[in-house]
Design a protein around this ligand. Structure first.
Ligand SMILES: Cc1ncc(COP(=O)(O)O)c(C=O)c1O
Length: 351
């Protein structure tokens, strides 16, 4: 099998504009560093900083799940924690798919679904999206055990209406539908209202994007308690460390900080979208913190990718079917958006 290849992570201190892995350009809430410092504070008894790290972290990550559950208006049993949402995706596949059973998802989407399904010895049912990147109709008749739907999807940025997600889950009662909402905080709506309404639908969230905590690794899964108990059977006992639990809870609590950064990114997204269109590129409307811009040809997209790289601007190029004529560009700060637009304007023409 092919390994999942993450976007390039340049060494610390490298002078690049990093718009290739959909990280948040703004720092996390100051409450996060305070919570980490508090977790490392010396206990009165011993006076040694970091003393608490001697003990294992809470396997149930209750301090984090309690905040997440309260904000979602759900009981704590309806929230499960992961070391990033990637770990929850891996747990879902391990817990729900037997060898030879089928995992379904639209194409294109998040590449890790394929990697995880293959590692499990599962069959793949992959359905090509139509040209507007809507949900492929064949997905609604799949006989898969597990259906992944990233919404908003990557790299298109397209969000699927709740009515379609509900129809998918109701029409396939023997399947588990995972709505991967890594980017939903940047969108005009989300599927959280469906959690608890349907026995076979779960919603996956991450603090990596909207909460600026990609380096802390915190993911959250929302769904029926019985289902999550099943998924948790394959969880590593101490999958979140003490600092991640404290950081995640503090970050969730600072609702105003997240809302303000999300508003800035949504504003910059509009500027990036219209700037790219003014350069003559075809850009899908995006509800995520990235946009997918299409060039005249695969050669033109690849050349633009290399040109931007030479200028110190990293974006994502997927040399794959249906995607090789485009670039996925993360929405950065206003200045970063201006820089990528100026660089694209200055690029040599390739037809
Ligand atoms: C659709 C989607 N799901 C999940 C993830 C994983 O996020 P994390 O493991 O950082 O929570 C990503 C990351 O890029 C993503 O694009």
């Amino acid at each position: 099998m092919q390994p999942y290849v993450p976007g390039e992570q340049p060494p610390a201190g490298a002078r690049v504009i990093k718009l290739n892995t959909n990280e948040n350009p703004y720092p996390p809430s100051p409450r996060v560093a305070e919570a980490i410092a508090a977790e490392l504070t010396a206990d009165a008894a011993t006076g040694t900083p970091g003393e608490r790290l001697r003990l294992y972290s809470d396997p149930a990550a209750s301090a984090l799940r309690a905040v997440a559950a309260e904000q979602a208006g759900l009981p704590i049993e309806c929230v499960l924690h992961g070391n990033g949402s990637d770990e929850l995706l891996a747990m879902i596949v391990r817990a729900c798919v037997g060898e030879g059973e089928t995992v379904a998802y639209p194409y294109p989407t998040y590449v890790l679904y394929e990697t995880l399904a293959r590692a499990q010895g599962a069959q793949l049912a992959v359905y090509d999206a139509p040209s507007d990147f809507a949900l492929p109709s064949a997905l609604f008749t799949t006989d898969a055990r597990l259906i992944f739907v990233a919404s908003p999807n990557s790299p298109s940025g397209v969000r699927y209406p709740n009515e379609q997600l509900e129809r998918l889950a109701r029409g396939r009662p023997a399947a588990l539908v995972v709505v991967d909402e890594a980017y939903a905080t940047f969108a005009d709506g989300d599927a959280m209202a469906l959690v608890g309404e349907l026995p076979n639908l779960v919603v996956l969230r991450t603090l990596s994007k909207s909460h600026s905590l990609a380096g802390m690794r915190v993911g959250l899964l929302y769904g029926p308690a019985e289902l999550l108990r099943g998924v948790a059977k394959v969880k590593d006992s101490y999958n979140l460390d003490r600092l991640a639990i404290a950081a995640g809870a503090a970050s969730l609590r600072d609702v105003a900080w997240t809302a303000s950064n999300v508003a800035r990114i949504r504003g910059a997204r509009q500027r990036l979208l219209s700037g790219l269109r003014a350069l003559g590129l075809e850009v899908l409307p995006s509800e995520a913190n990235f946009v997918f811009a299409r060039f005249a040809s695969a050669a033109a997209a690849a050349a633009a990718y290399r040109f931007l790289r030479d200028q110190g601007i990293l974006v994502r190029y997927f040399p794959a079917r249906m995607l090789d004529d485009g670039l996925r560009i993360t929405v950065g700060t206003d200045d970063q958006v201006e820089a990528v637009l100026a660089a694209l304007q200055a690029r040599p023409t390739v037809s």
